[in-house]
Each structure stands twice: as structure tokens, then as C-alpha cells.
Design a protein around this ligand. Sequence first.
Ligand SMILES: *Cc1c(COP(=O)(O)O)cnc(C)c1O
Length: 404
Amino acid sequence: MSTALPFLPYGRHHIDDDDIQAVVDALKSDYLTTGPRVAAFERALASATRARHAIACTNGTAALHLVARAMNLGPGTVSIVPTVTFLATANAVRLNGGDVVFSDVDPDSGLMRPRDLEEALSRCPGGRADAVFNVHLAGQTGDLAGLYTIARHNDLRIVEDGCHALGTRYSIGDGEEHVVGQCRYADATTFSFHPVKAIAMGEGGAITTNDPDLAAIMFRDRTHGMNRDAASFVQDDEAFDAGHAPNPWYYEMEAPGLNYRIPDVLCALGESQLRKLDAFCERRRELVALYDELLGGRSAHLSLLARTPGVTAAWHLYVVLIDFAALGLARADVMRRLAAEGIGTQVHYLPVHRQPYYRDMSPAGILPGADRYYARTLSLPLFPGMENSDAVRVSSTLLRVLGL
Ligand SMILES: *Cc1c(COP(=O)(O)O)cnc(C)c1O
């Protein structure tokens, strides 16, 4: 009699007793939200990413939205977004009223290349755009220095959607090692702390930046546009009493904001998880090396993801590229057969320009790299709590199902 093996999802969180204790301590404290744990988490994240400012917020989508608002990417502006990404990267711009032009990606890595950025620019009205959102798909970055040169030459703001890449290091361009979030080649970087991401907060997100003006706007916008910094008040008659002391109840609003605040309870979890980031990333890299060994060089129809030289990725996803057409297999059938054997897989992503909402805005068939990537991509289980034996089982089952 065989015992059913546990189901392996494509990704999941890893929570230890000390994470639980940190949450319990927060629950017993004076603050459930807007207390000291938010600032403590922001300091820890800024330190981990070597950024000057970190702004924590409700989720990765809110982080992208705050950036789009702070950069004034509203009506009349154009932002370039690679089409192989999660919906939120493009939606953040659309929700703020800006236009999106989708760029193609490398068919073998899913990453935007400098030439993809140039080609997308050539399709923008008048050949110009306002911003580019670069996505570190699966956890690795592309040619950041090459993209930076083109972006700056064309006066683009640069946002890195680092939701897959907390913990990724790179040595690109200047020969020094940097980390994602440091904004060496960007104005701002966004992160998500959804349970499948590098660290888990249930829901959570953040922006890192070295630009104090952007940071100040996002801190205010996160909480209704409220400003409590007396030094920058503009209405002296309302703000100050007869002795020129700020009125204790007074706060000021120059532009309406949102409530994208993240509770102290979740920041307690985030700070505890952040202490394990290096260990989590190390375990992910070990599992990726094992998968590479088990699946690499097996067949011309099964390729490993192309790697960017100089990048030590945190690996959010383990992606393989399978030529389903050449193997005479349907991807949906392969996924169902793997699921029947307890192996969860996922497709990251249907190119966003092929969604009904975006279809009419972006003529089909002009993004061949993305189409070729999408046709072959499959994400296999990868998370720090996986055993080596799990990766062995996934690999052998996949090869059997593919007939390789
Ligand atoms: C997860 C993710 C987001 C959104 O983050 P949420 O926390 O789920 O809102 C945005 N972009 C990418 C690339 C992501 O993977």
C-alpha cells in the first residue's frame, strides 16, 4: 500500500516558531497598526537592500501604485512595461490614468533586453515615454546597465518591479556587487511579501528608493496624503498658535492619498522573516542547482532558463522551457498529470498584452519573444522548505510525463 505523498505547490511560505512568537508579541503590544514595528521593518528592509529609504505598504500592487502616483505617471504619460509580468505592473500605471506600451522580452529568459526597450520606445507616440518598469522575472535581473543607458538617454524614470527578486545580487556594468532594491540603476524598486514570495507577511509590500522627495511623497500618499512635519506646513494661520507652536491636532494635506498602511502585526512577521532571507535564498539556490543537474542537457525540447552573467539570483521561481509542440503534448495535460501525482506547477505568465483589457491597446503578434517564452514556460515547485528528495521526485516525474 502506498502512502500519498504531500502535494508540492509551485511556491509557499516557511514559518518558524520565532516568527509566530514575533506576531504574538505584536498582538500583545500597544499597537496593532501604525506603531514602532512598521518603522523597524522599514529600517531592516532598507539595510537589507542598502537603500536610503524603505516605505512599507499593504502589498506589492499598492507599492507599484504609490510609485506610479509619486512619479505623476497619469493621463498623457506613457510607461513601458514588459508583457511577461504579473498584471499589477501594468495596472498600477493604468489605475493612475497613464498609458502602457508593452515591450517584448528575451524568449529564453523572459527578461526585457535593451533592444526590447528601444523597440518599445519606437512604438510610443512621438517615440518618447515617461517611465520604464523593469521586471526581474523569476528572481534574476537582465542587463540593468544597458537598460539604464537607454532609459536615461531618453529621460525615462526607472522603476524595478523586484517582487520576484528580494535577495538577488548582481555585478553588472560597474564591476561592483549590488543588491536588488539598492536602486543602483533605478529610481525606485518595489517588493511583495505575499506568501509565495521571498519572505512572507500574508499580504505586504514595500518600495525602496534613494530619492528623498519621492520617499516623502510616498510616505504621505500611503496615509491619506497627511503631512505632520511642521517644518513643511504651508498654512501658518491654521498650523500655529499665537506663540508660533504647531497646533497639536493639526496636519496638512496638499493632495489626496490612500490608506495603504501595513499593520504592526504583519511588520513583526516581516522583520522576523527578513532575518532568514539569506538562508531562504541560499536554500533556493541549492535546489535550483539540483534541478539544473537533474533536468539540464536531457533533451533539445527541455531547456533551462537562460542565465544573466554576473547575477546571483534569489530565485523566486524555477522555470523550465518545454517545447510542448515538438513533443506533441498539450501543456494543460502535462500540468494535470503532474497535479495527479502531487506536483503543482504554474505558468508565469500569460503575456499581459493578451488580456482582454489590454488587447485593444497593443496590436497582437508584435511581441514574438514573449509569445515564444509563454508557449514554453512552466514553473516547478520551489520553496525553502522543500527537501532534495522533492526536487528529485519532481524531476523524474516531469521527465516521465514528457516521455524523455
Ligand atoms: C506578486 C507580484 C506583484 C504584486 O504583489 P502583491 O503583493 O500580490 O500585490 C507585482 N508584480 C510582480 C512581478 C509580482 O510577482
